[in-house]
Design a protein around this ligand. Structure first.
Ligand code: HGY
Ligand code: MN
Ligand code: MN
Length: 431
């Protein structure tokens, strides 16, 4: 047998190696319920970065860190001078994260490399694995901040100036944890990008389908709303004389729910964060800071939702006698993935004997940023009960393995193809 190289199409990943790496990474920033908290650029994120970049080096990858801490590990190809095929995702989490969101796409990429190494296999193009900084946006908005900078959609200076929910800045935190690298910005466009990710929704499980060939990502609009009322005594202040920021905040949350239901279709709306001050039992709240997350696959309907929200806030300020200011934290249009990559994911899943369906992504992903500069696509695997952003997030081992094999075979096919990057200055900056 010796070092006979099996045809690349017969290669399959090692399930237990992948499951073990996911379990090991999940122990960094552990929280109750078997989840993880590794908010972007915290010490826990730094520890996760050290672990995963160490695995990259152990696998013989050439590791580069860019100025905002995006990390790319590259495996050489046979033909020099060709742009690599890139895969990856993120290893930062929300504060109540599970072990699969983002991590799967990165660690499955490492498993692909180890499978190729074990088979002494070579690929025509280089193969690269990335993890991007601050995909979640939960500490520093917008989400996908790292991959947005990676493709040239945001300058390094603008990213470093972003102020987080705790008053820190991206730049200070990058420097503090030592992950402001010297790699190129924008990063050279890869030939293609494929991201494996859990669906984080109920569709695949509900339909009993193994794999999702993701067609694109819906539009995203995040708004921070700041309400200024007047703190006063809860016992002595007549109801008619109050300027109650907490009541106004509650009105916004109810309005957002009704707005989504009125618009119907794919519209969703969430008030996820509410901070009251002074937040005391016997004081009428004088300040409320809250966030509104609106999403839709239809850009025009999302713009209508934003218009209605703005009009509501103006009327609410008048009605409650409070001041209301708002600013955008993130705004990305809908993204369609490359039809060729979507079709390849679909055909590869079928070739491996898995059921597959096309579907859009409700969540934002780094792939939507890479789609600005190269043909990009995603592979979804089912989430049990559609749960994510919750320690109870679960994807069964067999599904992890199926997804990683579809990723492996899709990447291998792409490394053999002639691919033209779609990078244009306009594309990098827009969408
Ligand atoms: O918010 C999102 O869609 C992603 O999890 N950052
Ligand atoms: Mn994710
Ligand atoms: Mn997420």
């Amino acid at each position: 047998v010796g070092n006979v190289v099996s045809p690349l199409e017969d290669l399959r990943v090692d399930r237990s190696r992948l499951v073990d790496r996911l379990a090991r990474l999940a122990t960094i920033g552990p929280i109750a319920g078997d989840g993880s908290c590794r908010l972007a650029l915290t010490d826990e994120d730094g520890a996760g970065r050290r672990l995963v970049s160490g695995w990259m080096r152990d696998l013989g990858l050439d590791v580069v860190v860019d100025p905002v801490g995006n990390v790319v590990g590259t495996r050489a190809g046979r033909q020099p001078g060709l742009a690599p095929v890139l895969c990856g995702s993120h290893i930062d989490t929300v504060a109540t994260g599970g072990r699969f969101d983002g991590n799967l796409g990165v660690l499955a990429g490492l498993e692909v490399v180890e499978t190729l190494n074990d088979a002494a296999a070579t690929t025509r193009r280089p193969l690269a694995i990335a993890f991007f900084t601050d995909e979640e946006g939960a500490r520093f908005a917008p989400d996908m901040l790292g991959s947005l900078v990676f493709v040239g959609g945001m300058t390094v200076a603008a990213a470093r100036a972003v102020v987080g929910i705790d008053g820190s800045t991206v730049g200070a935190e990058l420097d503090r944890i030592g992950w402001a690298g010297t790699g190129p910005n924008p990063f050279p466009a890869p030939a293609a990008y494929v991201e494996l990710h859990i669906e984080q929704g109920p569709v695949l499980e509900h339909e009993g389908v193994d794999v999702g060939a993701v067609t694109g990502v819906q539009a995203i609009s995040w708004t921070e709303v700041t309400i200024s009322g007047q703190s006063n005594h809860a016992g002595t202040t007549p109801m008619a004389l109050r300027h109650d920021a907490a009541v106004a905040a509650a009105e916004v949350a109810v309005f957002v729910r009704r707005l989504a239901l009125d618009l119907g279709g794919q519209q969703v709306g969430t008030v996820g964060a509410v901070t009251l001050r002074p937040n005391l039992v016997n004081v009428v709240a004088n300040t409320a800071a809250l966030t509104v997350d609106l999403r839709n696959t239809d850009e025009a309907v999302l713009e209508e939702a934003e218009r209605r929200l703005g009009a509501f806030l103006v009327a609410l300020a008048e009605q409650e006698g409070v001041g209301i200011k708002w600013r955008s934290l993130a705004r990305f249009g809908p993204v369609d993935f490359d039809p060729g990559v979507v079709a390849l994911v679909e055909a590869t899943a079928r070739r491996l004997g898995h059921s597959v369906r096309r579907l859009p992504s409700g969540a934002g992903h780094d792939a939507q940023m890479l789609a600005r500069v190269c043909p990009a696509g995603m592979v979804f695997v089912p989430s049990v009960a559609g749960i994510s952003h919750n320690p109870a997030e679960l994807t069964h081992d067999a599904d992890l393995e199926r997804g990683a094999n579809v990723l492996l075979q899709t990447l291998v096919a792409l490394t053999e193809r002639d691919l033209a990057p779609t990078a244009t200055a306009a594309a990098r900056a827009s969408s």
